[in-house]
Design a binder for this molecule. Structure first.
Ligand code: NAD
Ligand code: MG
Length: 384
């Protein structure tokens, strides 16, 4: 029985991980689960999976959770301290499905503990990738990438050690809901249109990131850290069907590609059962029914967020953390109808052009960079 702690249990990735646990009850048990605010949903998860530990965002949530679970015998902890305590528990696998920079501190705590960490949260790798990977290596923590493109590359690199290092890595992008929109048409898009992704069902923040293609930029930075590959050996291309998720190019001209239906249970099942394979509840992929797979270059003028992320990746230092913070602030403002869709990229660009504090590599420095860049993004909204 593999004991699992699920950070961000009430989100989309959380739903998929719990679906796999329910399908394989003899294989997995839920030891701990966290949520920021949705006490009702977390209580429902506790009733179904009977964990020993729950963590919720604040005291108000704790009171609601306790009231919803009068017979719960385990512990209920609160806030970031609670998440850090959850990361210290003795489990076989931590799944990090918290969205945004809030996932960084618990990811670092999991990386410091050893064992295995299935990482869905990409913002931690963007904001502090070198730090997180070094900490994981020093403590022999195995990082299993949940993000579908990185999971694809991770699978493709199995058994390819030594002199068989990849020459290049390509990540695919569906292109999101606005793939065929002009900039003029994007000017008027609403949050509702932006969160309606054509191929994947995801949380609001990553859905907006997919629509701006910032998601692919964050994923290039994520790949740079996960696979220790130089920025100029990484690329992203459009593949509207989302069947091929990642490609690895070798010196001899061989290119390996991983395929699967666009369902997060596929990469999650690989991480959860690793190195075994389990039934993910996904219908077999029928390539003849699929018929065709298309690929195209990404137009950086149409999707400037991708170019901004690539520039931040090349610049290194504090730039990726600043990019991530400005983007989180801008996406939140867009979802609240305070700024327009095109102003997300404008805000990130404006923040990256400002001066900021340097990255000295520790968590406090990264927090300071994050807060400063968020404040700069908010100051930029006032000029709009
Ligand atoms: P979501 O918004 O559906 O769920 C987020 C979860 O994090 C919830 O359980 C929420 O309670 C928790 N959370 C939110 N803010 C928090 C905070 N401040 N502190 C602690 N917990 C907090 O998001 P999602 O779509 O499940 O994505 C989760 C992560 O996985 C993101 O980083 C995303 O980029 C990544 N990811 C998601 C997908 C996908 O298909 N959904 C694919 C690849 C990667
Ligand atoms: Mg992805």
């Amino acid at each position: 029985m593999k004991r699992i702690s699920l950070f961000g249990a009430t989100g989309t990735i959380g739903d998929n991980a719990l679906d796999l646990m329910a399908r394989h009850q003899g294989r997995f048990s839920l030891f701990a689960a966290s949520a920021e605010a949705n006490a009702e949903k977390l209580a429902d998860i506790a009733r179904r999976f009977n964990p020993s530990l729950l963590v919720i965002g604040d005291e108000k949530g704790r009171i609601a959770l306790s009231a919803a679970l009068p017979d719960f015998k385990g512990d209920i902890l609160v806030g970031e301290q609670g998440l850090l305590q959850m990361a210290e528990q003795d489990v076989a696998l931590n799944i990090m499905a918290i969205v945004g920079f809030a996932g960084l501190a618990p990811s670092l705590a999991c990386a410091a503990r050893g064992g295995a960490l299935a990482l869905a949260n990409k913002e931690a790798l963007v904001a502090a990738g070198a730090h997180l990977m070094t900490l994981a290596a020093a403590n022999k923590t195995q990082i299993l990438p949940v993000d579908s493109e990185h999971n694809a590359v991770f699978q493709l690199l199995q058994g390819q050690g030594g002199a068989a290092q990849p020459d290049n890595i390509t990540l695919t992008a569906s292109g999101g809901p606005f793939r065929e929109f002009t900039r003029a048409a994007m000017q008027k898009v609403t949050p509702e249109q932006a969160v309606a992704h054509p191929n994947w069902s995801m949380g609001a923040k990553i859905s907006v990131d997919s629509a701006t293609m910032m998601n692919k930029g964050l994923e290039l930075i994520e790949a740079h850290h996960l696979f220790a590959i130089a920025p100029d050996k990484l690329d992203a291309i459009i593949h509207p069907q989302s069947i091929v998720h990642g490609l690895v190019h070798f010196a001899d001209g061989s290119v390996l590609a991983q395929k699967g239906s666009p369902d997060m249970r596929v990469p999650l099942a690989y991480c959860m059962a690793y190195p075994d394979r389990i039934d993910a509840g996904v219908a077999p992929l029928d390539l003849t029914a699929q018929g065709r797979l298309d690929f195209a270059a990404i137009d950086r003028a149409q999707f400037p967020c991708l170019a901004l992320a690539e520039a931040a990746m090349r610049a290194g230092g504090a730039a990726p953390a600043r990019l991530n913070a400005a983007n989180e602030a801008a996406v939140a403002a867009f979802l609240e109808n305070r700024i327009g869709f095109l102003q997300i990229a404008e805000t990130v660009d404006a923040v990256l052009q400002k001066q900021g504090c340097n990255d000295s590599g520790d968590i406090e420095a990264v927090r300071a960079i994050d807060s400063e860049a968020r404040a700069q993004a908010k100051a930029h909204f006032d000029t709009l």
